[in-house]
Design a protein around this ligand. Structure first.
Ligand SMILES: *[C@@H]1O[C@H](CO)[C@@H](O)[C@H](O)[C@H]1NC(C)=O
Ligand SMILES: *[C@@H]1O[C@H](CO)[C@@H](O)[C@H](O)[C@H]1NC(C)=O
Ligand SMILES: *[C@@H]1O[C@H](CO)[C@@H](O)[C@H](O)[C@H]1NC(C)=O
Ligand SMILES: *[C@@H]1O[C@H](CO)[C@@H](O)[C@H](O)[C@H]1NC(C)=O
Ligand SMILES: *[C@@H]1O[C@H](CO)[C@@H](O)[C@H](O)[C@H]1NC(C)=O
Length: 341
């Protein structure tokens, strides 16, 4: 299976133009040596191939597959008035318009595609559509792609006797002040209009959050994070985090493969195959359960979004660069593997 993985990636690479291909082979080689002995079996993936058949109503915006993805729309108030700004005063309205979210071919290889999430600046105001809530007016548009109720992930087996899941995302972020790009996860739930809800309680952070990567503003810092804690009667009290900031190593405006390996007893974060953050059993907890494995023992869904402004990046937003289309978050692929002995 190790061989299969190498062959698969090599054939992918050969479809690419020179530079990307060589880089990918090196990355796969580094990754495999890192987990010597283990096999990676592809469980789920999205390569963002460009093109939709006109008859396929589940393929939109140049190649987004609605069987795999949905959108969080609006300014956050779909989830309740207190969630305006998505819980931390972000400024954008999320849309599903192709100006904000689409699949584009690579300039040098039209058969290979990437997801583009691109923020827009609206100096004269934009009427923001909110599902389940009144419209509002905002100055920025962007997008938030989710696999909620469509694809969810967790390690396999029993707590303490499990095999890990590995999620690789190859992506590139904008170095633009005021932007906040992230690839992250929240617990799966069937509750509609309930944000950060799950089996351990409703409301952030009782159910936990895993941030595979985050990037803010115009620096070269890569961030990963795990959120947990909360009180049973007050989800937001006593929230804890295990944040790692990896400074000036991966050039964030280049393509990087960022990974999260999640087992019942640890969560690890890697950049181009190199671990830079690890949290182990005993270091996390939730007010929603006394099990040491909770809240990271239930399925989580994936979220990819580009926020404009918010408590984390702040509000020194580079309107000129957003208006010029430079606030672009690109994702080449998402690959989810089981790591098996
Ligand atoms: C796209 O957004 C419109 C509102 O602008 C909404 O009516 C529609 O249901 C959305 N479609 C999807 C697939 O999210
Ligand atoms: C945002 O839009 C409003 C109109 O709704 C406009 O008056 C205001 O100047 C805009 N703000 C910025 C920062 O562009
Ligand atoms: C981003 O903002 C910081 C702090 O205000 C400033 O020092 C920096 O020059 C800005 N970067 C760019 C690329 O505009
Ligand atoms: C959501 O509903 C589906 C279908 O009824 C069920 O299979 C699944 O286990 C539910 N998921 C959660 C997290 O409750
Ligand atoms: C939650 O319960 C604890 C312990 O009973 C109590 O001290 C605290 O005030 C409660 N918090 C809220 C927001 O009700």
């Amino acid at each position: 299976m190790t061989m299969n993985l190498t062959c698969r990636s090599t054939s992918l690479a050969s479809r690419r133009q020179q530079g990307y291909g060589r880089l990918l082979i090196l990355l796969v080689a580094a990754t495999l040596s890192h987990i010597s002995g283990a096999r990676q079996v592809l469980r789920w993936s999205e390569e963002f191939k460009p093109g939709c058949k006109t008859t396929d109503k589940f393929c939109i915006n140049g190649g987004i597959n609605l069987h795999k993805f949905g959108f969080d729309l609006g300014d956050g108030t779909s989830y309740g008035p207190s969630l305006i700004g998505w819980g931390n005063w972000q400024r954008q309205c999320h849309t599903n318009a192709s100006s904000n979210v689409r699949v584009e071919p690579f300039p040098n290889n039209p058969t290979d595609g990437m997801l583009v999430i691109q923020a827009g600046y609206e100096p004269s105001g934009y009427t923001c559509f909110n599902e389940n809530a009144p419209p509002s007016t905002t100055n920025y548009t962007s997008a938030r792609l989710i696999t909620r109720n469509k694809a969810t992930f967790k390690w396999k087996g029993a707590p303490g006797n499990s095999t890990p899941v590995r999620i690789d995302v190859r992506l590139k972020v904008p170095l633009v002040n005021g932007t906040w790009a992230s690839a992250w996860m929240l617990p799966e739930t069937n509750k509609t209009w309930c944000m950060a809800c799950g089996p351990y309680g409703d409301g952030w952070c009782l159910g936990g959050e895993i941030d595979i990567m985050e990037h803010i503003n115009s620096n070269d810092y890569l961030i990963s994070n795990v959120h947990h804690g909360g009180l049973p009667n007050a989800s937001w009290v006593g929230c804890k985090q295990t944040v790692a900031v990896y400074k000036n190593k991966p050039k964030m405006s280049d393509w990087n493969v960022l990974s999260m390996i999640w087992d019942s007893t640890y969560i690890r974060f890697l950049a181009n195959g190199k671990e830079y953050n690890k949290i182990t059993l005993g270091k996390w907890s939730t007010g929603g359960s006394s099990s040491p494995y909770a809240p990271f023992d239930v399925p989580f869904y994936l979220i990819f979004d580009l926020a404009i402004g918010g408590l984390y990046p702040g509000y020194k937003i580079d309107n000129a660069k957003v208006a010029a289309g430079e606030a672009r978050f690109n994702i080449d692929y998402i690959r989810v593997y089981d790591i098996v002995p």
